[in-house]
Ligand binder design. Structure first.
Ligand SMILES: *Cc1c(COP(=O)(O)O)cnc(C)c1O
Length: 360
């Protein structure tokens, strides 16, 4: 028998979330962000389901190769752009678009003699201070790009928010102002908003929005799950109970004895662990769903297994299904118990997790 650990991808939820984004986007086009294997949901699978996306945003050329090999015809934007001069030929061959965030990328383009124009988006550092040209450098970068025969003259402008999940955050307001001051001087399509900005900063919409998390039904907004905004989780992570053991009062559970039984009690053992991508940092008390009802994890998450307090689950039987996250148990809630965000959890499924698709 193969391991019971299984990630079910809900294709209907992906479709629903995309339609919900269409409603929120108004006239803006949607660049569906599918980096990190579509946030762990499967790049080709998600691209196939989101066939109405106006473009896809990926992290690297390799993702573009996979999408083209899968027959994807939409525009594809590589969000960090070319990494070396040799990438330019491959971008052309695959018909990919490049973010341009650094002068070194312009130097590579200037030294390249391919006559075909590459579509590019200038990344503006409006305040996050990760990638992008400083505000005073943008006009110069644009002039240099416009002078190159191998750059398409319809140059886009892009920026990324550091804190848009806090809806009254002053930094996001300042980033929008910074971007708009620059963009007012330049023609071309504009794109600012990630998922949280789509929800909380409608004034930042631009011609293109770039949602990732919301496509998968995951919220980046603290203490709010995506369901609160009308989105549906697209992944259920599940496994099953493989043992139920009676353990005596005062006995420790698991590595490092971090949890001690307060009474004689049943401990359930579930076939999932950090070797599958379930976070080792999930503390005692993190809930799972056992036959649709919550049960708390007790003791450390180990590589292959977790242990549950079954005191409220007298009806539990070996083989019962256990859900680690999904529509009835938001991954955002599990992330809080593990001191991370839902994005990291869904991105972290390892190769031994079996993926199945469900139309719902
Ligand atoms: C990841 C990413 C996005 C999508 O962010 P979400 O919070 O998942 O919506 C958008 N733009 C850029 C540049 C990104 O790197």
């Amino acid at each position: 028998m193969s391991r019971a650990t299984c990630a079910t991808i809900h294709l209907g939820a992906l479709r629903h979330n995309f339609a919900r984004l269409r409603e929120l986007a108004g006239a803006a086009q949607i660049m569906a962000v599918v980096k990190a294997d579509a946030y762990g949901h499967g790049l080709e699978r998600v691209a196939r389901v989101l066939r109405d996306a106006d473009a896809f945003g990926v992290a690297c050329i390799a993702d573009g190769q996979r999408l083209r090999a899968a027959g994807v015809r939409q525009r594809i934007v590589v969000l960090s752009g070319i990494d070396e001069a040799a990438d330019i030929g491959e971008m052309h061959r695959l018909g990919l678009e490049s973010t341009i965030h650094h002068v070194s990328q312009i130097d590579w383009l200037a030294a390249d003699h391919d006559p075909r124009p590459l579509k590019v988006w200038i990344k503006i550092d409006s305040g996050m201070h990760r990638l992008g040209f400083a505000p005073e450098e943008v006009a110069g970068a644009r002039e240099r790009l416009l002078a190159l025969a191998n750059v398409d003259r319809d140059i886009g402008l892009m920026t990324h928010f550091a804190n848009s999940d806090v809806f009254d955050d002053a930094q996001t307001g300042a980033q929008i102002d910074c971007f708009e001051r620059i963009a007012a001087e330049m023609p071309g399509p504009q794109t600012l908003s990630n998922s949280a900005a789509v929800l909380g900063w409608p004034q930042a919409r631009g011609e293109w929005i770039r949602p990732g998390g919301l496509l998968y039904g995951i919220s980046a907004v603290a203490a709010r799950s995506a369901a609160d905004f009308g989105f549906r989780p697209a992944m259920t992570l599940s496994s099953k109970l493989v043992a139920i053991n009676r353990i005596g009062k005062g006995e420790p559970i698991g590595y490092a004895a971090t949890w001690i039984c307060p009474e004689d009690m049943d401990i359930g053992v579930v076939q999932i662990g950090y070797g599958d991508g379930y976070p080792r940092s999930a503390e005692s008390g993190t809930p799972v769903l056992l036959n649709g009802r919550r049960a708390p994890i007790v003791g450390r998450v180990s590589m292959d297994l977790i242990t549950l307090d079954l005191r409220e689950h007298g009806d539990a039987r070996i083989g019962d299904r256990v859900v680690l996250w999904g529509p009835q148990l938001p991954v955002e809630e599990i992330a809080e118990h593990a001191d991370t965000i839902g994005y990291e959890l869904v991105c972290g499924m390892t190769r031994r997790v079996r993926f199945i698709e469900d139309q719902g």
